[in-house]
Write a protein that binds this ligand. Structure first.
Ligand code: CU
Length: 310
């Protein structure tokens, strides 16, 4: 293989590696306000760091070639030890870049505080309660009194205020195209605010390893216009109610083949799930006495078939 062909093969590698992004998924294709800010931050950071990386990667082979052992005519200055302009350049550029990166990161981090409201008009956000289960996600719409499993439908352009918890091990709730990574833990509540600005179906998942069926803990996020959202709510109402017994069954480690829909939700279900991991009142915190116990954990015997839920 000649040099040119070898070089073109080498250049093809990064091209092949971009294969994953051709699916138009992930942070490079933001579909919401938060993801857009994260995307811009990523691009800005990459460009800033390129100021250092590109010259190094270009000059390293050039210098190696120019001062190679077999070359006799390059200038060689053994007495050289210090030069102010060079020192200022070598230390000054990284200093300025680190400063800019710090400022950019500080600024972006504060803009992306998941507890902060996003809607500039201050309209009421849509409230959704998320419960991370082994190995599915339960979404409760408290204002609509409905719930779904592994299907999250959001109205376009409306701020969504999530409250998250887990009933089992720690979960990491991620919808890459909405820019949303946040952890959920048993007995605790986390908040997350998102604003969608593109219609479509997006991939969501748990990225915190939680056992055997971890890779199946995925869900679909459907961003719909107001009419589509209303239709989904209406269709969802036909589902069976999510009683405490139905929830207890759902919470057992298992996977669901298709999204499930529930037409009503037991009162304060989310708060009950969070409270389950708190010691009962008037009980010494470390004593287990009559404190509620976490659900029994055992491997999934079989998948719950869709529609089999009461
Ligand atoms: Cu925590």
């Amino acid at each position: 293989m000649n040099f040119a062909r070898r070089l073109s093969c080498l250049l093809a590698i990064p091209l092949l590696l971009t294969g994953c992004s051709l699916a138009k998924d992930g942070i490079l294709f933001p579909a919401g306000r938060v993801a857009a800010i994260q995307h811009d931050h990523l691009v800005r950071t990459t460009l800033l760091v390129m100021i250092v990386i590109v010259p190094v990667f270009v000059m390293l082979p050039v210098v190696l070639w120019r001062y190679r052992l077999t070359r006799r005519d390059s200038t060689y200055r053994p007495d050289w030890d210090f030069a102010w302009p060079l020192e200022v350049f070598i230390w000054g550029v990284p200093f300025v870049i680190v400063g800019l990166l710090s400022f950019s990161l500080w600024h972006t981090t504060h803009r992306l505080d998941p507890y902060e409201r996003l809607d500039p008009a201050g309209r009421d956000p849509l409230r959704i309660e998320v419960v991370g289960l082994d190995w599915k996600f339960l979404f409760i719409y408290p204002d609509e009194n409905i719930a779904s499993v592994n299907e999250l439908v959001l109205p376009e352009g409306r701020e969504v205020a999530f409250t998250l918890t887990a009933d089992g091990p720690m979960m990491s709730f991620v919808v890459p195209r909405l820019g949303s990574q946040i952890y959920a833990m048993a007995g605790m509540e986390t908040q997350l605010h998102l604003l969608t600005d593109e219609l479509g179906d997006f991939r969501g998942m748990n990225t915190q390893f939680n056992g055997r069926h971890f890779h199946e803990q995925k869900f679909v996020v459907r961003v719909r216009d107001d009419e589509g959202y209303r239709d989904w709510i209406a269709a969802n109402r036909a589902g069976a109610p999510m009683t405490l017994a139905a929830y207890a069954r759902l919470a057992r480690p298992s996977t669901v083949a298709r999204p499930l829909h529930f037409g009503a939700v037991a009162p304060n279900l989310f708060d009950r799930i969070v409270a389950k991991y708190r010691p009962a009142k008037n009980t010494a915190p470390m004593l287990h006495g009559d404190a509620p116990h976490p659900p029994e954990l055992r491997p999934a015997a079989h998948d719950i078939p869709a529609g089999a839920m009461p």
